[in-house]
Design a protein around this ligand. Structure first.
Ligand SMILES: *Cc1c(COP(=O)(O)O)cnc(C)c1O
Length: 394
């Protein structure tokens, strides 16, 4: 049995007529840049995530870049972030001449550890405040510890930019003063949140696309201007921006898909539950396979809230590379996200970070593996994957 890591065909077949309608509507409109398709989609994403404004951008990477440019982050500024993410998280910092300051991850959530971030912010305060933003990533579809990052943001007066590229719709439990829990969606908790509509994300376009959401109207205005070469009005440039616009055709197609996003999230959550059940029945849990932790499952109301959207289903596995090769030889798709940490990338000046150690991030890079989890994956395919992993360790 063939099990791809990701198969977009089931959703395409489900939506083909509606996508073609959207496509034709944009084509016939002859308005291909911004316009109503983009602004309506922006409003819907902002509403879905619980923010006031959405700004459609050309990719998740450009959303992050526009977010930092709009904060005037420039040469030799510092940005506090995680060493364990997709390259774009760090790439945008470097492109502005700024430097990433890494904080190791929490080994359960794979997200930036807020406790360690505090010590660095405290040292930075004494050093003249060069940290200009905190950039946590909600990796694999589960939010970083935003309650703590919000406290740090207020205490040290540093804005939080959320890299929510993998986590659209993921909910985080804020504990209120009276002990009750208020769930908030990824991207709506910091100054802004950045999404990617790369086809493999939970909400994926038919090409590149991204969005920034915020509830700060002045900041939204700056991002909107940066998206369009900083022009305000047209041909009068108050700042240097770029062409970071979301295409109307992507917005129209994504708007069709947004109607199904909750259904697809649920399918991923159910697939994750199926994996848990089958790994347990096969006696593989904890030894040798470590399943992904649902770090917010214990909070009040968790069962009614989407605290993990499973953009990826990540296991830890001994002899990981051998297991990957074995699964691939059985035509089971799997992938390593990410084989090398950001601080180990060659593009960084060696003296900067490559000789620093981030033990948990390096461990994760060495022993994690993503298994197929996409909506449309069949129960027998999941069983086949688990059986193959059982065979490997037998
Ligand atoms: C996908 C992704 C991005 C970049 O998004 P693109 O749309 O591919 O530019 C940024 N950060 C993370 C964590 C991602 O997963």
């Amino acid at each position: 049995m063939k099990v791809p890591l990701l198969d977009l065909k089931p959703q395409l077949e489900q939506l083909r007529p509606r996508i073609l309608d959207a496509f034709t509507r944009v084509l016939d409109s002859t308005g291909y840049i911004l316009g109503p398709e983009v602004s309506e989609f922006e409003e819907r994403i902002a509403a879905y995530c619980g923010a006031s404004f959405g700004i459609g951008l050309s990719s998740g990477t450009d959303a992050l870049l526009a977010a930092l440019m709009s904060l005037n982050i420039c040469r030799d500024d510092l940005v506090l972030t995680t060493p364990y993410s997709f390259f774009a998280t760090m790439g945008v910092v470097l492109r502005l001449g700024a430097w990433p300051i890494f904080v190791d991850i929490d080994p359960d959530s794979y997200n930036m550890d807020a406790g360690q971030a505090e010590a660095i912010l405290e040292a930075d305060r004494k050093n003249g405040r060069k940290i200009k933003a905190i950039l946590p990533v909600h990796l694999y579809g589960q939010c970083a510890d935003m309650q703590k990052f919000k406290v740090l943001s207020a205490e040290y007066e540093v804005p939080v930019v959320e890299d929510a590229a993998q986590a659209i719709g993921a909910e985080y439990p804020f504990v209120q003063q009276d002990g009750s829990v208020q769930w908030q969606r990824a991207g709506s908790m910091g100054l802004c949140g950045c999404f990617s509509f790369f086809p493999s994300k939970n909400l994926g376009g038919i090409g590149d696309g991204g969005m920034l959401i915020t509830s700060d109207s002045a900041y939204a205005d700056v991002v909107r201007s940066i998206r369009n070469h900083g022009a305000e009005p047209k041909y009068y440039h108050q700042r240097v921006g770029g062409n970071f616009r979301l295409d109307a055709v992507q917005a129209a197609v994504l708007a069709v898909k947004l109607d199904y996003l909750d259904e697809w999230h649920l399918a991923r959550v159910n697939n994750a539950a199926k994996y848990r059940q089958l790994f347990a029945e096969a006696g593989l849990v904890d030894n040798p396979i470590v399943l992904p932790a649902e770090v917010y499952a214990g909070f009040a109301g968790a069962s009614e809230h989407r605290h993990h959207i499973y953009n990826q289903f990540i296991i830890r596995a001994p002899r990981r590379n051998e297991l990957r090769d074995f699964l691939q030889s059985r035509q089971i798709g799997c992938e390593i996200y990410y084989p090398l940490c950001l601080h180990q990338q060659e593009c960084l000046p060696a003296q900067l970070n490559r000789n620093q150690r981030f033990v948990e991030a390096e461990k994760a890079a060495a022993d994690t593996l993503a298994l197929p989890i996409y909506p449309g994956l069949q129960a027998e395919q999941i069983a086949w994957v688990v059986a193959a992993i059982g065979d490997f360790y037998r």
